[in-house]
Design a protein. Structure first.
Length: 434
């Protein structure tokens, strides 16, 4: 039902508004005939110039009987708004902000900076002591660690290089790592990071929750996404070196240090299933639609750390690799969206198809729980007018660390965020009704 404001600007209501019966049913309703798409969710050009937007109350991968979401078709996307203000404390640090934020890549330091000191925390949530949450940092290193090693009692480590190669020595063997590869180091395993070139930058994720695992495939079947055979675990390697060695340990959210009189990498042999590994993101078997509608990003999940609620992840590591786009009569980039899950995104190479600019390799964007986001004006306009032929999305690799907990923003990172990110959603034309 469409109603017009009266002379006082109020919207009159009928004495008995029309209702739909049921609890948890799947309803369909439209105030203007023809506004609701038939047989699809996200047409390339919705009727009347409306904007399609999914509102998710649960994680995408919750069981069908528990999944809660609605598609909204609106005059303007909810992503189009000014920044929120924190009313009671405008200078508070590490706050879970509803604002969309984005950061430029960190600059390389002018002098020698080794890996532990190169880490710059940006986002965090949960509590290491409660075995929940994630910390998301960047690194920009220009020197080796020397006779030092790191270990975390708080978290499993995920290293995502963006530029420059790394040699990661662990107690169980050595990993050579390049951009477009990732390394996974279990909680409690000591490691040393050396540079294979003059400098290196990328992302560093600490998973405080359950260990990352491959996601269940459900109706996808027995193959696809990241296949187990493509992960590589190092063979045993050791060094017999009696020299002072510093151990830097993360414990209880703080950094501790101690000294050894020898190298910690002295494991001559091992067996078991708790070990570091690397994975080449280019081996990911991307699954996508061959009919219509852009699928939920959960089909791009490489690794997942479950929470205590089935289907709702403590952390998902999701990638957006090169792929074919063939959906018919569909708005092909990611749709406008508000989500129960909190999304931190990085870019390893190329460009991301929902942003026309401002998001560079090495950068980060944040769309926290229920913060409206989606394509910027330029990307929306181009995708809405595009001639839909099969399209290869090439030379790109973006990723997302998605968590059921709201991200807290580090104080220094909050001050360094791009000041005008909200402007990318300015200027959407109003939809035409009547």
């Amino acid at each position: 039902m469409r109603v017009q404001p009266d002379d006082h600007g109020e919207t009159p209501l009928a004495s008995k508004p029309a209702m739909m019966a049921g609890f948890g049913n799947h309803f369909s309703t439209e105030a203007v005939p023809g506004a609701l798409p038939i047989g699809r969710n996200s047409p390339q050009r919705p009727a009347f110039g409306l904007y399609a937007e999914q509102l998710s109350g649960t994680a995408f991968t919750m069981a069908r009987g528990e999944n809660r979401r609605s598609w909204l078709y609106r005059l303007r996307p909810s992503a189009m708004h000014l920044p929120f203000r924190l009313v009671d404390d405008p200078v508070a640090a590490t706050v879970a902000t509803p604002n969309r934020l984005r950061w430029d890549p960190p600059a390389l330091p002018p002098g020698p900076v080794a890996f532990p000191e190169a880490l710059r925390p940006v986002l965090s949530n949960g509590d290491p002591a409660a075995l929940t949450g994630v910390r998301f940092s960047t690194y920009a290193a220009t020197a080796g660690m020397g006779d030092r090693a790191c270990v975390s009692a708080d978290a499993e480590i995920l290293i995502i290089p963006e530029s420059g190669g790394l040699v990661v020595t662990t107690e169980l063997g050595v990993l050579a790592l390049e951009p477009l590869e990732i390394a996974l180091i279990p909680r409690g395993v000591r490691y040393h990071v050396a540079l294979s070139g003059g400098a290196a930058g990328g992302y560093f994720v600490e998973n405080h929750g359950l260990p990352f695992r491959l996601p269940d495939l459900g109706p996808i079947g027995s193959n696809g996404l990241a296949n187990p055979r493509d992960f590589q675990t190092p063979v045993a390697w050791f060094e017999d070196r009696d020299t002072p060695f510093e151990i830097i340990q993360s414990y209880g959210g703080r950094r501790w240090t101690t000294m050894l009189d020898r190298s910690p990498f002295d494991v001559v042999a091992w067996h078991g299933n708790y070990a570091p590994a690397k994975y080449d993101l280019r081996r990911f078997n991307t699954i996508g639609t061959v009919s219509f509608d852009h699928p939920d990003p959960s089909i791009f999940t490489v690794l997942t750390s479950p929470s205590d609620t089935p289907g709702r992840a403590n952390a998902d590591f999701v990638i957006f690799p090169p792929r074919w786009m063939v959906a018919e009569e569909t708005f092909r980039p990611p749709w406008f969206h508000r989500n129960l899950m909190s999304e931190a995104m990085g870019l390893i190479t190329g460009a991301y198809d929902a942003k026309a600019g401002g998001f560079a390799p090495g950068g980060i964007s944040l769309h926290n729980m229920m913060s409206a986001h989606g394509p910027d004006v330029a990307s929306w306009a181009a995708a809405s007018a595009a001639v839909l032929v099969p399209q290869r999305v090439a030379d790109t690799m973006a990723f997302m660390v998605e968590s059921c907990w709201p991200w807290q923003v580090d104080a220094a990172a909050l001050a360094a965020a791009q000041p005008d990110y909200d402007a990318v959603w300015n200027g959407f034309p109003k939809a035409r009704i009547g």
